[in-house]
Ligand binder design. Structure first.
Ligand SMILES: Cc1ncc(COP(=O)(O)O)c(C=O)c1O
Length: 488
């Protein structure tokens, strides 16, 4: 240790950095062969960390060794090509470096003068996010933890602006009819959570039925708005999906924008999963209407391949964010801002202290370039189509849903012939595959039917990763026996 601080001397610190770099390189050494999941019972994992509060420090080399063994070597394989569960992007090498650099300077991107360069970088990254999707009018925004926070932020702005327009911020909610919100039944659960937190209440979220392709049924939506108005509710927001989590379905955003305009509603889009795919020329037509949103949630830790966390809310102008979040506080006033062009992020979001999420995004975009990143997004989509086609061709699989994006839903059928057998084997496959660990895939329900769901969002996947996935599922399924369920 150096002086009276927690620091090492430069030589020992350099050694520590070298050792940690070896841990990083080691992950990349084993990328293709590493297991996607390391199965251990919960009690076992808890036992590794069942330790008393350390009073004295330990040797850092021994500490790194412990981290290697217990954390790095057991980590779920988001990095590698065999992860298909949920929406897990693989990160970029440049981001790994960026995270370390950001932690080194430990900037608090809250007041401009606390982080001048990173405040401007965050503004630039927000602008680039909008530009990627071809949005010129969405000029304001803020980086948040992820898609859930980005949706919550967009809906908070929607609510506060509506409250402002109705004078509720002064008069209170006395005598005000319940606000209603509209989205397809495929909308992400974070919207339910947001409406709960915002005091709008989940009962007021109208989950509209979908068409066969899992996009919102526009006729049912309009009927619901009309019924609600007639029944004394106050419709105030439509949420469009720019890529649902279940199947990647993209609602007819232009038609939703028309309805929002017709009934004077806020138009929010959940583009957490699919928003950034609007940058692809192959999908331009599908995203028509995106540009008409009042707010959009996007996620850089999805299709910009960033490590967690990096979500983003985009809004038409900064002013709506400020009107939503600004609170005067003497300890934050510096009398410096006027006329200096400094954007204070703490006045445009809920958090005061904020880390520098934008550095990894900015460095990745500069290092790889958007053209290359778009190629990777397109590759994910092409591979998802390849998977869908392989499933169709295979005698022992059946396709349940394909999408314009990179989600494929399917079932293993093997030699089974009855629905009961197929449902039983597929629902037990997830646990069996978790134990096996070679690939990591989870399931979902489509119209109440359980299906395997593969989400491809990793630039390290190739065609042979897909062949491997199907083979591992086959092999694992063959180890299972049909177990008839008791019917009484
Ligand atoms: C469509 C959609 N919305 C919101 C979210 C939530 O995003 P996060 O997990 O970053 O909070 C997800 C996550 O997969 C998603 O797919």
């Amino acid at each position: 240790m150096k002086n009276n601080s927690l620091d090492l001397n430069q030589k020992d610190f350099a050694h520590l950095l070298d050792q940690s770099a070896k841990l990083v390189l080691d992950q990349f050494e084993r990328l293709n062969d590493a297991k996607a999941y390391h199965y251990h019972e919960q009690e076992e994992v808890a036992s590794w960390f069942n330790e008393v509060l350390p009073q004295e420090g330990m040797d850092t080399e021994a500490l790194l060794e412990e981290v290697r063994e217990k954390v790095m070597n057991t980590a779920t394989g988001n990095l590698g090509p065999h992860m298909y569960a949920y929406v897990m992007a693989g990160g970029t090498q440049v981001s790994i470096v960026a995270e370390q650099l950001a932690a080194t300077i430990n900037q608090n991107v809250t007041k401009w003068h606390l982080a001048p360069a990173l405040s401007e970088i965050e503004k630039r990254v927000i602008h680039w996010g909008a530009e990627m999707m071809g949005l010129e009018d969405l000029t304001g925004g803020v980086l948040v933890s992820g898609g859930s926070a980005a949706n919550l932020t967009g809906l908070t702005v929607a609510r506060n602006i509506a409250f402002e327009q109705m004078g509720i911020r002064k008069k209170g909610l006395f005598g005000v009819p319940p606000f209603t919100v509209y989205a397809s039944k495929e909308v992400h659960g974070c919207v339910d959570k947001s409406l709960d937190l915002l005091g709008i209440g989940t009962d007021q979220l109208r989950k509209i039925k979908t068409l066969l392709d899992f996009t919102i049924d526009l006729r049912a939506l309009e009927e619901q708005i009309i019924t609600d108005k007639a029944n004394g509710f106050h419709p105030f927001c439509i949420i469009g999906n720019a890529g649902t989590v279940n199947t990647g379905a993209i609602d007819d955003l232009d038609a939703l924008a028309d309805l929002a305009q017709k009934y004077g509603l806020w138009f929010h889009i959940d583009g957490a999963y699919g928003g950034l795919a609007a940058s692809l020329s192959s999908l331009q037509a599908k995203y028509k209407g995106l540009e008409r949103a009042d707010s959009i949630a996007i996620d850089f830790h999805k299709w910009l391949y960033q490590p967690f966390e990096a979500g983003c809310t985009l809004v038409k102008n900064w002013d709506t964010l400020r009107r939503t979040y600004f609170k005067k506080a003497d300890y934050l006033d510096t009398a410096l801002e006027e006329g200096m062009g400094r954007l204070e992020f703490n006045e445009h979001t809920f958090q005061l202290s904020r880390n520098a999420k934008a550095l990894k995004v900015w460095m990745s975009v500069k290092a790889y370039g958007i053209r290359r990143i778009k190629e990777m997004i397109q590759k994910d989509i092409d591979l998802a189509h390849y998977l869908a086609n392989e499933v169709i061709e295979a005698p022992d699989f059946e396709l349940k849903a394909r999408s314009d994006l990179a989600v494929t839903c399917f079932r293993y059928t093997g030699a089974y012939t009855t629905e009961a057998e197929i449902i039983d084997i597929n629902s037990r496959l997830i646990a069996a595959l978790e134990k096996d660990g070679r690939v990591f895939i989870t399931g979902t329900k489509l119209n109440d039917d359980f299906v395997l769901r593969a989400c491809l969002i990793n630039h390290r996947k190739q065609k042979d990763s897909i062949d491997y996935l199907l083979n591992v599922i086959r092999e694992t399924a063959k180890t299972l026996q049909y177990e008839p369920q008791d019917t009484y």
